[in-house]
Design a protein around this ligand. Structure first.
Ligand SMILES: C[S@@+](CC[C@H](N)C(=O)[O-])C[C@H]1O[C@@H](n2cnc3c(N)ncnc32)[C@H](O)[C@@H]1O
Length: 245
C-alpha cells in the first residue's frame, strides 16, 4: 500500500518534503480554491463526517485529534459539537498560520500544533477520536499512517478518514476524470499560482487505494467494525473504524 509518490520523489522523505512544500505554496489561497473547486460541497462532506462521529464527540471529556488539519475547517466543525477542546495538527507551518488567522476571532478555537501524522507526539491509547480530511492520501506511507492512528486511540475509540476516491460508475468517473484532470489544474493554478499542486491532486487520487481496499487495510492494522460511505457519487468516501475495547 506504500504512500503518495509525487513525480520526482525518490523515497518517502522526498515525498513528504514535496507535499509539505506544495501545501506551503498554496496555503494563502487554499480555502478559496477548495470551496470554489468543490462548489462548496466540501463543507457538506465535513458536516456529514461530524454527524457520523457525533456519539464520540459527545462523550464527557472526549479527547479529539484532527490530523493533517490544514487550515482547520474540520477541526472547527468538530469543535462546534464537542464540549472539550479539540486538537488539530499538521506538518505544514503556513497551513497552521492560515488556520490560526481564521480562528483568531472564535472563542473556542481548536488547539493547534505542528506534527507529522506518521509520528504524533501523543501517548499510546490517549485519544477517543482521530479524524483526517483530505490529508491521508498525501501521507508518504499509508500503513504507517493507519498504525499511528490506531496507536493513539483508546479502546472504544474511533478513526474517521474522509478522502477523495475514484467514483465506481464508469460514466460519472469519466466526467469527473475530465473535470479533475483538465479543469481543476487550470482553475486551481490560476487561483493559487501553483498548477503543480492541482496536477498532483488527480494523480494522487488515481493512485490511492479504492474504498474496499482501504477498508481492508484498516482491518489489517487492527481496526474493527470498519465501514465506509460514499458521498457525491463516490468522489469522496468516509471510512470509519474502531479500536477494539
Ligand atoms: C488537502 S489538505 C487538507 C486540509 C484539511 N484537513 C481540510 O479538510 O481542508 C492536506 C493537509 O495534510 C497535511 N499533511 C500531509 N501529509 C502530512 C503529514 N505527514 N503530517 C502532517 N500533515 C500532513 C498537509 O500539510 C495539508 O495541510
Amino acid at each position: 500500500m506504500k504512500g503518495t509518490s509525487p513525480v520526482g520523489a525518490r523515497n518517502e522523505q522526498e515525498a513528504a518534503a514535496w507535499v509539505r512544500a506544495m501545501f506551503g505554496r498554496v496555503a494563502h489561497r487554499y480555502d478559496l480554491a477548495n470551496h470554489l473547486l468543490s462548489f462548496h460541497i466540501d463543507r457538506l462532506w465535513r458536516a456529514r463526517t461530524v454527524r457520523r462521529v457525533r456519539p464520540i464527540l459527545e462523550r464527557p471529556g472526549a479527547r479529539v485529534l484532527d490530523i493533517c488539519c490544514g487550515t482547520g475547517d474540520l477541526a472547527v466543525a468538530l469543535q462546534r459539537v464537542c464540549p472539550s477542546p479539540v486538537m488539530g495538527s499538521d506538518f505544514c507551518h503556513p497551513m497552521l498560520v492560515a488556520a490560526r488567522g481564521k480562528m483568531a476571532r472564535q472563542r473556542t478555537a481548536p488547539q493547534l500544533f505542528e506534527a507529522d501524522a506518521l509520528r504524533l507526539p501523543l501517548g499510546d491509547a490517549s485519544v477517543d477520536l482521530v479524524t483526517v480530511a483530505f490529508g491521508f492520501r498525501n501521507l508518504a506511507n499509508y500503513e504507517d499512517g493507519l498504525r499511528e492512528m490506531r496507536r493513539v486511540l483508546r479502546p472504544g475509540g474511533m478513526a474517521a478518514i474522509l478522502e477523495f476516491s475514484q467514483p465506481p460508475h464508469a460514466l460519472f468517473a469519466a466526467l469527473y476524470g475530465f473535470y479533475s484532470g483538465r479543469v481543476l489544474p487550470w482553475i486551481g493554478g490560476l487561483l493559487t499560482g501553483s498548477r503543480d499542486a492541482y496536477r498532483y491532486l488527480p494523480e494522487s487520487i488515481r493512485k490511492f487505494p479504492n474504498a474496499p481496499a482501504l477498508a481492508e487495510d484498516m482491518r489489517r492494522v487492527g481496526f474493527t467494525n470498519v465501514s465506509y460511505q460514499r458521498f457525491t457519487g463516490g468522489i469522496v468516501v468516509l471510512h470509519v473504524g474502531e479500536a477494539a475495547g
